[in-house]
Ligand binder design. Structure first.
Ligand SMILES: [Zn+2]
Ligand SMILES: [Zn+2]
Length: 640
């Protein structure tokens, strides 16, 4: 008999050689149907692989990333099987699961695959899936593995085998297809119900431009047709909401080749939006006890050698700036933390000065690979809503509570209602690889877990995911079309206080090291605004909209009255514009709708006569005739 421990702490006895799927069946058949794979002693396995030692067991379903990955990776095998059946002689590179779906890199020889072939491949995959072919795992010697692919004539697999150690090689077989693979996979192909080939791309073998270009076939699969349908609708919607497209349409930001890739130019409307966010956060941070600071965009190379950032970013990022002075070098700052550590060091600190919360909208520069650049969400220069909290070890929990409160306030104010937290802790079997005392780590890890629990956050705990210098909490948010994003990190750091030799005098009159907490609720303005655009589809809430009201006189003669309305609105701090163009009112309304301006004020003869305005709300339609004061009151209530 062996003992199986479950995630909830329960321990049950089973016969040695039992499989995860059999264990799931012993719990309930409903559960067994959902099981895609299993995590045995921390390693993802087939649900059909026999367990022969006392083990921890987590059953993986579609709800778990690893379950999803297993499903998609198994689908890559199914794709290859279908392709081999349709295009005999095709040779296969690698076929991993990706964030959404999977791909396989394939050498089709003489044939050039096109979109017209997709439905044929999908049909074959469905046919093969319905055969419910088992994924059969076989351990194989290196010699036999080489022999097999030599006979098959697949030089790509042969090259992959070369790098593997004998005794460590497995083949997986489903139906008529055999692949070199570590696994794991689904029990059989039967659970793959909905299949879509998405796109093609060229991919150099092993990412090496001097080698052959293979065809990368992207696909996605689901256990249910409805899930695929919903996914495709979501993709359509995502295309409409793409922040790069809306950013251009709404005149928010632009890029220029001459300025440089990945270096956004904020246009007047985008700048207004960004300033509104900045003001909102500044006010909230000051209420929460933060002290704003400003530090330069550059710092001496030695600063980043001390902080360790030179080692991390130096070689692969922007290179040092030289000065007329021999040997003097500066770096564009990749992080604000070193500057803040230097601020901490100005003047002696006592425990009474702590916590010290230094906040800065600090612009940092990192040389992302050009292939990685993406609109505002991956850039080379960006402004973090950064802050560093320096505190005593026993203040960590309270500071975490406060930061969580602030992040939740920000997320909810900006319309992100669904969020959860991911907590990254030490690897319990490898505690010595982390910097800082074990006692402080225990304290901080417990503090984070307790804070998250007290705040009622839905949390996932990731063991072994902590940085070597401290545990952290990441906020995950769901956007309006169901996509998940990582935002708002709160990171404990034991390393920088050490490197910068930060100290405070404790109540015991002795010197102590403070703990440092890095936190950024938005992450960066750039990334956050990209997300905000996609979440709202460009329909920003009125308090945030660059222009809140547009005034549309029906004809030119009404401009004087319109001008008076504008002045009155401006005097009430309402961001408004007057559309004085010599255009038909229908056209002006349409343009205002396209510009997604929350309110339109329409002025015609009747309004002038009654000393009123007519108001239309974007996306909602006519609000009717109002006095200007009534409108101002309504707006005031909405934005405050
Ligand atoms: Zn595989
Ligand atoms: Zn930092």
């Amino acid at each position: 008999m062996i003992q199986i421990s479950f995630p909830d702490g329960a321990v049950k006895e089973f016969e040695s050689g039992i499989t995860a799927i059999e264990i799931a069946k012993s719990i309930s058949h409903g559960l067994a149907k959902k099981v895609l794979a299993a995590k045995v002693n921390g390693e993802v396995w087939e649900s059909t692989r026999p367990i022969t030692t006392d083990s921890t067991l987590q059953l993986l379903t579609w709800e778990d990333k690893e379950g999803e990955n297993t499903f998609w990776h198994s689908s890559a095998h199914l794709l290859a099987e279908a392709i081999e059946a349709i295009y005999p002689g095709a040779k296969f590179g690698i076929g991993p699961a990706i964030e959404k779906g999977f791909y396989y890199d394939i050498d089709f020889g003489e044939h050039t695959l096109s979109e017209n072939d997709f439905s044929k491949i999908e049909k074959k995959m469905k046919e093969l899936a319905q055969q419910k072919n088992q994924f059969i795992r076989k351990e194989i010697s290196k010699a036999d593995a080489i022999k097999y692919f030599n006979e098959k004539g697949d030089e790509y697999k042969l090259e992959l085998i070369e790098d593997l150690e004998d005794g460590n090689i497995t083949f997986y077989e489903q139906g008529n297809f055999v692949d070199l693979c570590r696994g794991p996979h689904l029990a059989n192909t039967g659970s793959i119900k909905a299949i879509k080939i998405m796109s093609l791309a060229g991919a150099f073998w092993r990412g090496d431009e001097s080698r052959k270009q293979l065809t990368r076939v992207y696909g996605i699969t689901f256990p249910k047709q409805t899930m695929l349908d919903e996914y495709l609708i979501m993709l359509e919607e995502a295309k409409k909401r793409d922040h790069r497209k809306l950013g251009a349409e709404l005149d928010l930001f632009a890029f220029s080749d001459k300025v440089g890739a990945g270096l956004p130019l904020w246009l007047p409307k985008g700048t207004q939006l960004r300033n509104n966010l900045e003001k909102f956060l500044t006010d909230k941070q000051i209420e929460a006890g933060y002290t704003p600071v400003v530090t330069p965009h550059i710092g001496k190379k030695e600063l980043y050698i001390t902080s360790g950032h030179y080692e991390k970013y130096g070689e692969d990022s922007f290179q040092p700036i030289k000065t007329p002075r021999e040997g003097e070098e500066f770096l564009l700052k990749p992080m604000n933390c070193p500057h803040h550590c230097e601020i901490y060091k100005i003047g002696p600190k006592s425990y009474k000065d702590l916590p010290l919360r230094l906040a800065e909208f600090g612009t940092v520069y990192r040389y992302e690979q050009s292939g990685e650049l993406h609109g505002l969400s991956r850039v080379r220069g960006f402004t973090q809503d950064d802050a560093h909290i320096f505190c005593t070890p026993d203040q960590v929990k309270e500071e975490f509570n406060k930061v969580i409160d602030l992040v939740i306030l920000v997320l909810e104010k900006l319309g992100f209602e669904e969020y959860s937290a991911q907590i990254s802790l030490r690897d319990p079997d490898n505690k010595e690889k982390y910097i800082g005392s074990s006692e402080n780590w225990d304290r901080a890890e417990n503090a984070i877990k307790e804070s998250a629990e007290e705040k009622g956050l839905k949390t996932v705990i990731e063991l072994g995911e902590a940085a070597f210098y401290g545990p952290k909490l990441d906020f995950m948010v769901k956007d309006a079309i169901g996509r998940s994003w990582q935002l708002g990190t709160i990171q404990v750091d034991y390393s920088l206080p050490e490197r910068f030799e930060l100290e405070y005098i404790g109540a015991d009159n002795e010197k102590h090291r403070p703990v440092m907490i890095h936190r950024a609720p938005f992450g960066s303005f750039e990334r956050f605004i990209s997300l905000l655009i996609e979440n709202t589809a460009g329909n920003f809430p009125t308090w945030l909209a660059p222009t809140q009201v547009i005034i549309l006189p029906i004809i030119d003669q009404f401009s004087e009255y319109a001008e008076k309305v504008k002045i009155e609105l401006k005097n009430n701090d309402i961001r408004c514009k007057l559309d004085n163009r010599n255009e038909k009112i229908g056209r002006k309304i349409r343009d205002a709708e396209v510009g997604k301006i929350p309110y339109m004020v329409i002025i015609g003869e009747k309004e002038i006569e009654n000393n009123t305005i007519s108001v239309r709300k974007h996306g909602e339609g006519d609000l009717g005739e109002l006095t200007l004061n009534h409108f101002i009151d309504t707006l005031f209530k909405e934005v405050n």
